[in-house]
Design a protein around this ligand. Sequence first.
Ligand code: DGL
Length: 269
Amino acid sequence: MLKANQAIGIFDSGVGGLTVASAVKNLLPQENMIYFGDTAHLPYGDKSTEAIRYYSEKIAAFLLEKNCKVILIACNTASAQAFEIVQQVAGDKVKVFNVIDPVVDFITASRKYHKIGVIGTKGTINSGTYARKILERKPEARVISLATPLLAPMIEEGFIYDDISNAIIRSYLSNEQLAGITSLILGCTHYPIIKNQIRKYYNFNVKVIDSGQIVANQIKQYLQANNLLNDIVDPHYQFYVSDYTDLFEKISEMFFEEEVHLEMVDLWK
Ligand code: DGL
């Protein structure tokens, strides 16, 4: 039987999932968390579906071994391509969340959004997952999807809120297909790091939606409904990476506002 003091297990290819982890931390400050950043295989966005499934499957098994009570795939590419395989690994042991379905629930529940832009990695955009899931629920919507593959490596390399990143963002978002959108889904968990830069590009006239808070809310509801909300005062955060990078440590400390100790593990040897 699951216990409330077991950790929430979260994974991404790198730092992107920390945007979701920090939203979970803000909403559920008493929860223990285990985060895995697959920095050795980053970026996921241009890998084959087989590769993403292989990586995700091993990470899910690792999080289960670590006794997590929930698994959250904090990566859109893995959510689009490996959700089912992670569910298979988890079986009936723990519930698996992805970062796409909660956003689809949010956007289709509102009457406000009609012409919806989605940006993400090639893997996420080429899978067509957002467009398919939104249109299944809201056939009258228009969904314009655009792959923006440079953004995640740009962020991983620390090019944010500067001239280089402004030029790259402009070059992508000025694409004619996106003209007239009223909302833009950040379909990659790296992008919230540059959310305000993107909002500024649109002069704050386009609703820019990221998954962090929306996903955190769904997890809270689930934990509440299943009596799994933790009540300890001093939660424990563990960070694992498959390859050590300076930036990971820097960004995780920025999000978690405390010193972060990274442990390196090779799940594929
Ligand atoms: N953060 C990941 C996502 O949400 C992917 C970035 C990458 O590794 O390509 O898709």
